[in-house]
Design a protein around this ligand. Structure first.
Ligand code: ATP
Ligand code: PRP
Ligand code: MG
Length: 283
């Protein structure tokens, strides 16, 4: 049975459970459940604190886990990312009150930096030869500056609303970009068929979320131009129509570009252009 760590709380837990559900896995019915077994798919899910997941996976007791890239790196655990999942996207940045430091990261020298991600910050400072002190706080670190606990913070930034509300501005370039990812122990058996099947299912969800199926009819003379607009993942399916001189074309296209592609196809004479959602797939 495959043993998988899933976030039990916070920004990662809802989207992770949704993705697993879409991939056909049973998920817990109520938030107090810490472990469930999905007997049909032969998977055991452990609902753990996102911050602890890399540590469990690195210990070898659990085969894989879903956590944030920033949490994985912060933990320093012996685990590696094997599939980025596209949700909980954020950047990790330094921020402070305007005027506290110049735009240069060297100005952090001698400052006190509050963060919940001590591992990332300490490594960054060491790598850049900056001598500063780090104060660990559990969360809501934006307030640390107002209350005088630190002059600088290092925290997760998504929309920037929390920083703006606290009257803070970012300093320097992002320390890192993060998103949710599947992780496994460094050096774990790379071809474990159960893990490979799990990854294929999640990849199927990612593709179903980002692509749509497009169908249209066009004249044979327009086919080459039309196919250039809809190359598909490998090659589009082209079928003859009963009316001579016309063909039907079917190809996957990126959902974000679907409307533009439909306009372009129409302009070159394609008609009966339809898009339909993909519910699941294996590529
Ligand atoms: N506002 C946000 N937007 C996108 N990702 C976020 C946001 N806040 C946290 N994350 C991501 O969520 C993960 C942290 O999850 P964690 O559950 O520890 O904290 P949280 O989501 O802030 O929840 P809480 O602080 O309520 O416990 C990290 O990977 C982080 O990058
Ligand atoms: O840029 P934004 O869109 O505002 O998002 C970033 C904020 O979201 C998270 O906070 P959360 O609400 O999880 O509280 P926390 O600080 O206690 O973790 C994170 O720690 C930032 O504070
Ligand atoms: Mg938080």
């Amino acid at each position: 049975m495959l043993r998988i760590a899933v976030p039990n709380k916070g920004s990662l837990s809802g989207p992770a459970a949704d993705m697993l559900h879409e991939a056909g896995y049973q998920q817990r019915r109520e938030s107090k459940e810490l472990r469930i077994v999905d007997p049909v798919n032969e998977v055991e899910f452990f609902y753990l604190r996102p911050r602890d997941i890399a540590i469990y996976v690195a210990s070898g007791q659990l085969d894989i886990g879903i956590t944030g890239r920033d949490l994985l790196i912060d933990s320093g655990a012996d685990a590696e990312e094997i599939l980025p999942l596209g949700f909980a996207r954020s950047t990790f940045r330094f921020a402070t009150k305007p005027g506290t430091v110049g735009g240069d990261l060297a100005d952090l020298k001698g400052k006190t930096i509050a963060t919940s991600y001590e591992g990332i910050v300490a490594k960054y400072l060491a790598d850049h030869g900056i001598d500063a002190s780090v104060v660990h706080l559990d969360g809501a670190v934006e307030t640390a500056i107002q209350l005088g606990v630190a002059q600088v913070i290092a925290d997760v930034v998504e929309t920037g609303t929390s920083l703006r509300n606290a009257g803070l501005e970012v300093v320097g370039e992002p320390i890192m970009k993060s998103e949710a990812a599947v992780i496994r122990r460094t050096g774990a058996e790379p071809d474990d068929p159960k893990v490979q099947q799990f990854l294929r299912r999640l990849q199927g969800v990612l593709v179903a979320r980002t692509y749509v199926m497009m169908d249209y009819d066009c004249r044979v003379e327009q086919l080459e131009k039309a196919v250039a607009l809809t190359p598909g993942l490998e090659s589009p399916t082209v079928s003859p129509l009963h009316n001579e001189g016309w063909v039907a074309v079917r190809a996957m296209v990126p959902a974000r570009e679907a409307q533009r592609i439909m306009d372009d196809l129409y302009d070159i004479g394609a008609r009966a252009i339809l898009t339909t959602a993909i519910h699941a797939c294996r590529l």
